[in-house]
Ligand binder design. Structure first.
Ligand SMILES: [Zn+2]
Length: 87
């Protein structure tokens, strides 16, 4: 099902632009994604496709401070805990 994920390369989903896909044993497909702010992050393809991950942490923090989509962000945090690359 490689094609299924490759067809997303170059597309934009929410704030993420999909640059390329990577797959590692036991981790499933991940995407190298560039946020609209320019930050590049590796994300699980499923999280991006499903909308669990819509932007980088800096941008989601900005959104949360604005007070919108608070429930979504809480869910997103649970999904990405263990990720210490949070600037
Ligand atoms: Zn961003």
């Amino acid at each position: 099902m490689r094609r299924e994920n490759d067809k997303w390369i170059g597309r934009k989903i929410n704030e993420w632009t999909i640059e390329r896909s990577v797959s590692r044993k036991g981790e499933g497909i991940k995407w190298i994604c560039r946020c609209s702010c320019g930050k590049v992050k590796e994300q699980k393809a499923w999280n991006v496709k499903s909308g669990k991950s819509r932007m980088c942490k800096a941008c989601s923090g900005r959104l949360r401070r604005r007070g919108s989509e608070a429930s979504f962000m809480r869910e997103g945090e649970e999904r990405t805990n263990g990720n210490k690359d949070n600037k």
